[in-house]
Design a protein around this ligand. Sequence first.
Ligand code: MG
Length: 157
Amino acid sequence: MRVGIGHDTHRLAEGRPLILGGIRIDHPRGLLGHSDADVVLHAVADALLGAAGLGDIGEHYPDTDPRWSGLDSGKLLDEVVARLARDGWTTVNCDLVIHAQEPKLGPHKSALRENLARLLRVAPSAVNVKAKTGELVGPIGRAEAIACEAVVLIESQ
Ligand code: MG
């Protein structure tokens, strides 16, 4: 068994769709980035790569590469899961913390959990989603950015 940690932060901006954990969330602002800027899927992908000792998504999917422009991060995470599967790794569980002052994520937690479980090829009970506000301080609390931390456990078959 191996454990991995991932983190990601993206800025909130006008005129962008908000996509978290592969779920489109109705909100006036979305995350800015080269891809769809899905902080949840990026943190989870980095945690998986870290657990397998395979570096980080910046090495595999550089933001200077036009192929990843506007990329659906679900596709990215699916590729990472497939890459680990080829090496005999499966996911045991995933726990994550999303830091967002807005929008309120409570109503979206179960959809996020279901979609992450689908992408990670595990039961929904093996995925846990926690949401924290920034208590109105710092870039998260001022709703300038959303961040996510993820921990995953993988096991070799
Ligand atoms: Mg990112």
